[in-house]
Design a protein around this ligand. Structure first.
Ligand SMILES: Cc1cc2nc3c(=O)[nH]c(=O)nc-3n(C[C@H](O)[C@H](O)[C@H](O)COP(=O)(O)OP(=O)(O)OC[C@H]3O[C@@H](n4cnc5c(N)ncnc54)[C@H](O)[C@@H]3O)c2cc1C
Length: 294
């Protein structure tokens, strides 16, 4: 795709010439994610300040140049591969935690904050951010919002969409919008979350934070069949027990993992469940007895 030299000059003015990349290595490195999609952008723009996004997007809209936002590129959906060429906006430098309020239970972050980085900042304060995608040590909160990511804790706490309180977003026209859960009208945050960057680029996110549970205990249960294993999760829920994490594995999975990790998993069981219960000691003990009975 032809990128007009006037646009390139404007982009350089907006973000600095050193942040407008057209060399082959940079284009190659920004042409893929964790999916099988492969593409080639024409330009990579490294954004270093959230305020740069609206003017960049306005320019791209004016010149009708396609663009995609890219964070850690760990998605498996091909959603940050620039299939139509154009511009990739690399947002990984927007990695500041702006505010944490334990009193009001929220944190404001830039979209390039790595998910685990927020957890590490919250832990000493006795708080945590509930969504826990397995990629949390590399993926970002902006990418999590765009993919509505979730992890093993989603049974009890829900996915990313349940933990976004507010967001600032630059629409594909370059217009900036502030969205809040308290807004009247349709659930625009719900619409934005999981939209894979197609509705706008999120420049600032307010997430819900929760106090750490007083105690967490992990259990491993073995089963004679995968059916009874999975049925147990329903039986637990029917008794009002929602584990904070659940992972089910069939025998082949257990054997595969055990031969690699040597974690001590029982390889002769047809299926197993790993569960984590959280709460007070008394609550966990009560639920443990119910769990054993089931
Ligand atoms: C080893 C591994 C384990 C994984 N485990 C899980 C898991 O347990 N649960 C799960 O849900 N996913 C998982 N994933 C998938 C992936 O990590 C998630 O989808 C993650 O949310 C993507 O974040 P990212 O920062 O890498 O975003 P990217 O892959 O860079 O981008 C993803 C999408 O978000 C858009 N985007 C990025 N930033 C913004 C922004 N600021 N505004 C608007 N759009 C934006 C991009 O355009 C793209 O469409 C895993 C991936 C790997 C490689």
């Amino acid at each position: 795709m032809h990128i007009p030299s006037t646009l390139l000059e404007t982009l350089k003015r907006l973000v600095g010439a050193e942040n407008v990349l057209t060399d082959e290595a940079s284009l190659l490195l920004h042409g893929y994610d964790c999916s099988i999609s492969r593409a080639r952008p024409d330009v990579v723009v490294q954004v270093s300040c959230a305020n740069q996004i609206a003017p960049i997007v306005s320019q791209l809209a004016q010149y009708e140049i396609p663009f995609v936002a890219r964070a850690a590129a760990t998605n498996h959906a091909g959603s940050c591969a620039p299939l139509r060429g154009g511009v990739v906006l690399n947002l990984t430098k927007l990695n500041r935690i702006l505010q944490i309020s334990t009193e009001e239970k929220f944190a404001w972050v830039e979209p390039g904050v790595v998910t685990a980085q927020l957890q590490e900042a919250l832990r000493p304060l006795g708080f945590f951010y509930a969504p826990d995608p397995a990629s949390e040590r590399i993926c970002t909160l902006g990418g999590n919002l765009a993919q509505n990511a979730s992890g093993a804790r989603c049974l009890k706490y829900g996915g990313t969409v349940d933990h976004i309180l507010a967001a600032e977003v630059v629409l594909p026209t370059g217009q900036t919008l502030s969205l809040s859960r308290q807004d009247l009208g349709p659930d625009l945050i719900g619409l934005l979350t999981g939209s894979e960057g197609t509705l706008g680029i999120v420049t600032k996110i307010q997430v819900k934070i929760l106090p750490l549970a007083a105690h967490v205990q992990t259990f491993l249960a073995t089963f004679p069949s995968l059916e009874t294993c999975v049925q147990t999760v329903s039986d637990l829920a029917a008794q009002g027990i929602i584990p904070r994490c659940v992972e089910a594995m069939d025998q082949l999975t257990v054997q595969t993992i055990e031969s690699f990790a040597h974690a001590g998993y029982p390889t002769n069981a047809d299926a197993l469940l790993i569960l984590e219960l959280d709460g007070t000691r008394e609550q966990i003990e009560k639920e443990r007895l119910q769990l054993e009975e089931i």
